[in-house]
Design a protein around this ligand. Structure first.
Ligand code: NAD
Length: 474
């Protein structure tokens, strides 16, 4: 049977063209394991052409007016919004994200990324004076944007919009597991009439395509989102030629529940922040730290939430948890489940509402009780629907447990008042801290500490990441 989404061409130097070697990568549905499409496997020649095209257009793009760049970005945002349904369908079938979450989480936020970057450059002043010096912020140069599979359109949009807004040209490499929406993005950019070479798309695996891009002498920066292991490799490769890196890596988020907090809200929020997209988000709160006195109540609430969770086909509107992305990811999560039990953690038993489908990479959500902070499930990113509950006898101990992993991406604090929660939040090592269920803000800076990486994305901070200052001393 012919694949449903068959892509044959790369977007390089302002035109669509066949990949050099003619090879392609088959894409499997995580829902039923069937082949749903194919994408070109670029060669190092394709990468070379894309990087050279980006370099050739860098000078003129960096000299374009901010208002002109903002207008291009707004056109892309409009195209994303106009195609919302098509993009949402592609994401559901390609990554298995439940349809109830896909639009706000993945598509609308991608459009906002372009709008927010446009808004920022339309109103900022990139130049300022300090003493006798005038300081100018200049684009760093052509950027390699490499993104993971779990929020492909949003991650790509965050990077591409901010880099283009800053005046940098771009080569985008999406994950080989989820490239479909990158082709749509390239089409919107083409239709918006961006100068040729400003944006280029190459698809394929990390090795050789991603590596060739990072190594390419035309690239002056690598903006990477993905796993810690790949981030380390990229930082090593980028050190040759002294390229700047921005690394958005994994997380092991904690929710700290202090005495007197709104327990029902805190438990529900933490559970869903962990289980959303079957635990496959970097910002998942996969650890819950609770006061001993609340243990009985928390356990009852978690059992109820587990029993209510519907696991199954993500295309059905009622489904909460779809499949994991691949058989490898499923095997890895199952290995963690076995390991946790061996180390003495106890899974909460519950009557699951759904039977797992016969095909596809599904696992049921699991909450582990009696977890020690040093256990591997409490230290490592699992990237599956697994929550670890730990008990703290004092507030100091709770903060110590929260800070006991090498990650620091996104955490939550719940306390009787927001002042109290803020005073705890200030002691948590984390790029984002949600205070008593505060709202997500797509324009606030986002990024990590420690093994969660460095560099910031979103809003003005995201655009500034792609610039360096020049001082003119008068
Ligand atoms: P991954 O590291 O396996 O792959 C990410 C991207 O890097 C893919 O495009 C891949 O092809 C490419 N790649 C792989 N090896 C490469 C190499 N040697 N050189 C260049 N490129 C290479 O990650 P993944 O499995 O796609 O994504 C899951 C990870 O991403 C999790 O750890 C998650 O926490 C993290 N993530 C972080 C954030 C954040 O903002 N901090 C957001 C989403 C996901």
């Amino acid at each position: 049977m012919r694949p449903v989404h068959e892509y044959r061409q790369l977007y390089i130097g302002g035109r669509w063209r066949d990949a050099d070697g003619g090879e392609s990568i088959l894409v499997r549905s995580p829902i039923d394991e069937s082949v749903i499409g194919s994408v070109p496997s670029a060669t190092t020649q394709d990468v070379d052409d894309a990087a050279i095209a980006a370099q050739a257009s860098q000078e003129s793009w960096s000299r374009s007016r901010a208002l002109e760049r903002a207008e291009y970005l707004r056109l892309v945002a409009r195209s994303i919004r106009a195609d919302e349904e098509l993009l949402a369908d592609q994401l559901v079938s390609e990554i298995g994200v439940p349809s109830r979450a896909v639009n706000p989480m993945q598509v609308a936020m991608a459009a906002s990324a372009f709008e927010d970057s446009a808004e920022f450059i339309a109103h900022e002043s990139a130049n300022y004076t300090v003493g006798n010096s005038q300081v100018e912020e200049r684009p760093i140069g052509p950027v390699a944007c490499i993104v993971p599979w779990n929020a492909p359109l949003y991650q790509a949009s965050l990077k591409v919009a901010a880099a283009l807004a800053a005046g940098c040209t771009v080569v985008l490499k999406p994950s080989e597991l989820s490239s479909f929406t990158a082709f749509a993005l390239a089409r919107y950019i083409d239709e918006a009439g961006f100068p040729p070479g400003t944006f280029n798309l190459v698809t394929g695996r990390g090795t050789p395509v991603g590596e060739a891009l990072v190594r390419h002498p035309s690239m002056r920066m690598v903006s990477f989102t993905g796993s810690k292991a790949t981030g380390e490799t990229i930082a090593r490769l980028a050190s040759v030629g002294v390229k700047k890196c921005a690394l958005e890596l994994g997380g092991k988020g904690a929710a700290l529940l202090a005495d007197g907090c709104d327990l029902a809200r805190a438990v529900q929020d933490t559970f869903w922040r962990c289980m959303a997209f079957s635990g496959q988000t970097c910002a998942a709160t996969t650890r819950m730290i609770i006061p001993r006195a609340s243990a009985g109540d928390v356990q009852r609430m978690l059992k109820r939430l587990l029993e209510e969770a519907i696991v199954g086909d993500p295309r059905h509107p009622g489904t909460h948890l779809g499949p994991l992305i691949s058989s490898e990811q499923k095997a890895s999560v199952e290995e963690f489940l076995g390991l946790a039990a061996c180390q003495g953690a106890r899974p909460l038993t519950y009557a699951a509402r759904s039977a797992l489908p016969a095909h596809g990479y599904f696992v049921l959500p699991t909450v582990f009780w009696d977890v020690e902070p040093t256990m591997r499930i409490a230290q490592e990113e699992i990237f599956g629907p697994v929550l670890s509950v730990m008990i703290a006898d004092t507030q100091e101990q709770a903060i110590e447990i929260a800070n006991s992993t090498p990650y620091g991406l996104s955490n939550s604090v719940w306390a009787a008042t927001s002042e109290k929660a803020m005073s705890i939040g200030r002691q948590v090592i984390s790029g984002s801290v949600y205070i008593n269920g505060g709202d997500f803000n797509p324009r606030a800076p986002f990024g990590g500490f420690g093994l969660s990486g460095y560099g910031r994305e979103r809003g003005g901070a995201g655009v500034r990441e792609f610039r360096q200052s020049v001082a003119y001393h008068l």
